[in-house]
Design a protein around this ligand. Structure first.
Ligand code: ADP
Ligand code: MG
Length: 248
């Protein structure tokens, strides 16, 4: 069995309460969990169960009402905006359901963007972007703008961008939510393949139960509460080799 990593994400008694006028809605109600280094963690739940809220709190995109989030031991939930920006650029990557590519930039420019924020010189970052785009099968689309690409191609660009700077943790909110099942499989294999190769941690939100086969850890949320938190590393490996045999 694979050697287990140490916790890279530690969440303790996390609450998020949204206030709208007189109304209060508790999106997360005291969530605690650990995610280990190198794990592919899938967060499941129906719409409105708090998945995106949890992901946004982990990534420091929103502030908790109470509780704490630590990544690599650092208290993300206590950082100011500036510290957060630096921390995100250094350690985090993001993959979005709607791709979030900049429409005025080519595939290469979009992919190179996180490297620019890290201060990598232009020529180097463009070389790396081209390398990444080739690896996601887009060598024939390097100079294309998002509007000239299919959803699947845009998400491949999104993956190239997320992995270009080799972040330790990658957050993905419904990364295949807008894609057909065939493309979904390609995209997932790509995400998992990169993550395994560089031993990166993936935290992925999805409402698609079929995604469980990719997960080392499965978290299920119901109404802002964790009802399942299970490590499935061994099952995953078996399922993966079964799948590969099936394809052969
Ligand atoms: P999921 O991603 O699982 O669909 P969300 O995390 O988006 O769920 O939402 C969880 C709950 O919190 C829902 O009831 C939603 O209406 C509420 N919620 C989410 N974001 C906000 C917000 N910005 N303002 C008010 N309520 C919100
Ligand atoms: Mg959501």
């Amino acid at each position: 069995m694979k050697k287990r990593g140490k916790p890279i994400i530690q969440v303790r008694e996390l609450w998020k309460i949204y206030r709208m006028g007189e109304e209060e809605a508790a999106a997360l109600k005291g969530v605690s969990l650990d995610i280990l280094q190198g794990e592919i963690c899938c967060i499941f739940g129906t719409s409105g169960s708090g998945k995106s809220t949890l992901l946004n709190l982990l990534a420091g995109m929103e502030r908790p009402t109470a509780g704490e989030v630590r990544i690599r031991g650092a208290q993300v939930s206590r950082m100011n905006e500036e510290e957060l920006a630096v921390f995100r650029q250094r350690y985090m990557g993001f993959i979005f359901q709607s791709y979030n590519l900049l429409p005025s930039m080519t595939a290469v420019e979009n992919t190179a963007l996180p490297l620019m924020f890290r201060g990598v010189p232009k020529r180097e970052r463009e070389e790396e972007a081209v390398k990444m785009l080739k690896r996601v099968g887009l060598s024939h689309r390097l100079g294309y703008y998002p509007g000239q690409m299919s959803g699947g191609q845009q998400q491949r660009t999104g993956i190239a961008r997320a992995f270009a700077s080799r972040p330790e943790v990658i957050f993905a909110d419904e990364p295949t939510g807008n894609l057909d099942s065939r493309t979904t499989e390609d995209i997932m294999e790509m995400i998992i393949g990169f993550a395994r190769r560089y031993r990166q941690t993936i935290v992925m939100v999805t409402h698609d139960p079929d995604m469980e086969r990719y997960a080392d850890r499965v978290i299920r949320l119901v109404d802002g509460v964790i009802v399942r938190n299970e490590s499935t590393a061994v099952c995953y490996k078996e399922a993966f080799s079964r799948r590969k045999e099936g394809q052969a």
